[in-house]
Design a protein around this ligand. Structure first.
Ligand code: GLN
Length: 205
């Protein structure tokens, strides 16, 4: 059985995630294909989806307009694993506020039961890297790249906290949804992408 993994290719870190999934499949020896997807039709055929970092207002608005957002939501509700990175984490959430400007009109998937604080660590110039532990999924040390990163300010009871940095929640898991505030695709460490690919494989067996 070949896994069909997609990277939502509207805006943001698409190529980097594509390459990280390719590397993960090969390192795990799993038979799979990766594609860059935009349309509802492409998304309907996937076994797993990565929603990359970028600008959540833009990715949300464009995928609403082209009809992809509805299909993404239906697929996740029917059990398809999804990995939301930074802007992707915001899009998956039920509630998001910007740290400075507060409420912003933006389409959300309304699935991940968290409150998000956008730009929680400052603006582009405040980008940084930090060592993160994701012990609940067996990753004791990961180089987190934070770029205009959100944090999770509140979690519902179905949500498992995977990592914190300076008391702020920066990675969570809820059923078939995994999300990070930071950008694993910008490092050479494929352990988080491999964890996701394994989630996709497990969901098919
Ligand atoms: N601050 C961006 C947003 O709110 C996310 C930044 C990122 O994905 N690196 O959409």
């Amino acid at each position: 059985m070949t896994l069909n993994i997609g990277v939502l290719a509207i805006q943001g870190d698409v190529t980097e995630n594509f390459l990280s999934v390719m590397a993960s499949l090969s390192e795990l020896g799993i038979d799979g294909a990766v594609s860059q997807v935009k349309t509802a039709e492409q998304i309907s055929k996937l076994d797993g989806l990565i929603i990359p970092g970028g600008e959540s207002t833009m990715i949300g608005q464009m995928s609403l307009v082209n009809g992809a957002l509805k299909t993404i939501k239906e697929k996740i509700e029917s059990g398809m694993p999804v990995f939301g990175i930074c802007a992707g984490m915001i899009l998956l959430s039920k509630n998001s506020k910007d740290r400075i400007v507060g409420d912003v009109e933006q389409p959300l998937l309304d699935l991940l039961d968290v409150k998000i604080e956008r730009n929680s660590f400052g603006r582009q110039k405040d980008s940084f890297e930090a060592e993160i532990s994701l012990d609940p999924i067996g990753i004791s040390s990961f180089n987190g790249v934070f770029i205009r990163a959100p944090s999770v300010s509140d979690v519902g009871k179905e949500v498992q906290i995977l990592a914190k940095f300076e008391e702020k929640i920066v990675s969570v898991k809820q059923g078939n949804i995994i999300a990070t505030s930071f950008h694993p695709e910008l490092t050479r460490d494929t352990s988080l992408h491999k964890s996701f690919v394994q989630m996709v494989k497990d969901s098919k067996s």
